[in-house]
Write a protein that binds this ligand. Structure first.
Ligand SMILES: [Zn+2]
Length: 152
């Protein structure tokens, strides 16, 4: 559901939104949004609106399962990045995989791959993810670049 923030923008998710950024070996797991979805044809992380009473972490893990079939059992949360806008918030959950990750394209996904941090800039990114990725503090970029190989 669309909602407006105090700055007058339209944002998706009445209670805010969240996404899961899984990174390993200097790469980030990105998803190509299906053509029919909002901002289809752009790359982003699995994520979406918080449901009533749901925490950002719960929402991020639920969306990752719904969109990429990712089991929360393999997700090791390392931190979060909060982007606020006029009282509305999008929380990016920063995580590394525990062991082998199995993914498949499900709802709203036309593909996914592990993208090296240096290659993310060149992709057509979803505007919200672009904004988070290009944040002046570079929190997400630094997190991805600093990850090492997962024990597999
Ligand atoms: Zn706003």
């Amino acid at each position: 559901m669309w909602t407006s923030c105090a700055a007058g923008h339209a944002h998706w998710g009445r209670h805010g939104a969240a996404g899961l950024l899984l990174a390993r070996d200097g790469t980030a797991l990105l998803q190509l949004r299906a053509g029919w979805a909002h901002q289809g044809g752009t790359w982003s992380i699995p994520g979406g609106a918080l449901e009533r009473g749901e925490s950002p972490l719960e929402a991020a893990l639920r969306e990752a399962e719904e969109e990429l079939g990712l089991s929360s059992d393999v997700v090791d949360v390392r931190g979060t990045f909060l982007a606020e806008c006029g009282g509305w918030a999008y929380e990016t959950v920063l995580a590394e995989p525990l062991g082998v990750v199995h993914t498949r394209d499900r709802a709203e996904s036309d593909g996914h791959r592990w993208v090296p941090a240096d290659d993310v800039d060149a992709l057509p990114l979803h505007p919200a993810f672009r904004k988070a990725w290009d944040d002046p503090d570079g929190v997400i970029r630094a997190f991805v670049a600093g990850t090492s190989s997962a024990a597999a």
